[in-house]
Design a protein. Structure first.
Length: 174
């Protein structure tokens, strides 16, 4: 299946066309929330600057998956800060706040392509502003385990949140 990843703003969607979108990424409550987000909130948040959305779309505007990026801060444990030589206050990161793939396309590498695209965009952002890493707040332990095992993220607090140092991303994409 041929698709491109582009910003929601560049994709030509309107609020009306997004509401009519056929996007289903699963039956679990958190997966249903992701489907609702792209249909109801993504364009408004994108336009307001709260979160930028990027979509994997086909030529006929079928959304295969999406992710969001926004600025965030995290208070890393002292051991992380010392190892990375970071200051003793919250560190600036980019939050991948949402990441979803249409149920009919799962297992076809679209999620990996979205993650790679996010990493590349974050590296571009990091050329112009301070970014120490990437944060993801998975909705459950299974998803947290995926980010840890498949992507190298590190759990950093008592929540499900995970962190990936920006240097790790740079090295991986060289």
């Amino acid at each position: 299946m041929s698709y491109v990843i582009k910003s929601l703003a560049e994709s030509g969607f309107t609020k009306s066309s997004l509401r009519k979108l056929s996007f289903d990424c699963g039956n679990a409550a958190d997966e249903q929330e992701l489907a609702i987000y792209i249909k109801r909130y993504a364009l408004t948040n994108d336009q307001s600057g709260c979160a930028k959305t990027f979509v994997a779309i086909t030529d006929d505007l079928q959304v295969l998956g999406y992710y969001t990026l926004s600025a965030s801060l995290i208070d890393l444990p002292e051991s992380f800060r010392k190892e990375a030589k970071l200051p003793d206050y919250p560190s600036p990161v980019v939050l991948i706040g949402k990441l979803a793939v249409c149920k009919s396309c799962q297992g076809e590498g679209i999620g990996q392509a979205l993650m790679r695209d996010a990493f590349l965009r974050i590296l571009e952002i990091a050329k112009n502003i301070g970014v120490c890493g990437i944060r993801i707040d998975p909705s459950n332990q299974i998803k947290q385990g995926y980010y840890i095992q498949k992507c190298g993220f590190i759990p950093f607090d008592e929540t499900l949140s995970v962190y990936l140092p920006i240097e790790t991303v740079r090295e991986a994409l060289r």
